[in-house]
Design a protein around this ligand. Sequence first.
Ligand code: PMP
Length: 351
Amino acid sequence: MYIKQTIEQLAPYVPGIQPQMDGRVIKINANENPYPPSPRVKEILSEFDYGQLRYYPDATSQRLRTLIGTHFNLSSGHVFCGNGSDEIIAYLFQICLEEGDSIATPYPTYTLYKTIADIHRVHTEYVPTRDDFSIDIEALINTGAKGIFIANPNAQTGLLLPLAEIEYLLQNYEGLVVIDEAYIDFAPATASAYELVARYPNLVVLRTFSKSHSLCGIRVGFCLAAPMLVDALDKCRDSYNVSHLSQLMAAAAFEDQLYLQKTIKQVVATRERVRETLISLGFEVLPSQANFLLCKPQHHTAGEIYEFLKSKQIYVRYFDAPRLSDQLRISVGTDDEMDVLLEQLIEFLGD
Ligand code: PMP
């Protein structure tokens, strides 16, 4: 069987370990939300007439687009929904980037940008973050790449890029600018770039239902962008890219802003408490605005602590990669899960 050479050479995207969840396992390695989704999602499921499944879903997820557009003060023509925001990232390559083009992105960041760039034979120019992991906007612009991808807060670090820097980028760069706001709901409300969408036709703001809405399992993401970009995305999307149930569940969760704000508040409070405790245990911990903490242990290697925690059925994320191999990335779990984690760390570090 013939497989394209470019594809044969690729390594598949590797997510964190997905252990069998048996009640004792603490899974804090994929930035999943420790709380269930809105109870309205449960209602939707229990009321759902399964006979409806014989019909195709709404191809354009129109109701969801309208709900989202209204919430962000934009028309539904500025909204596109995808099978997870990952799918939208892939479509952006299809509509804006030719084989042989380059994208620029900070390092470290979400590794999927490069995986998808490789699939499309687009070169990834990694622009190193500064010593404190802050993003160098000027250096990103100076690459001359055709597109710039920035996760904000940044994946792996949790650091927030100030909105003024995003606006500076948009004022000084005409290529595609993707601001991936997968974790933005855990940052202050004023941090989002969504209001800039109406003014900059080259801006795409990417969002997901996976994190703050606790819906990783249904795979729904969306983006806010100029109608010209949304129209182009519609031309290359899969015929029915978001399932019927996914559209219903996402809409139910989105409408329950009260529950959303309540769980976000809880995650943020736990994040700050755990950060302080980790610092008191001697870790260097970045000031995260996301639902995870990147932290560097002092007297042990990150790999040793990772293996120890794994032996206790606590799964955190360890990246054997430049600038990250001395760090652990810990997703914010429930207070009880975090207490178990901290007890185990205290025991290990005390030995
Ligand atoms: N962007 C970033 C920065 C992420 O960390 C993730 C989740 N791993 C995604 C996008 C993917 O989100 P989704 O589940 O919507 O595909």
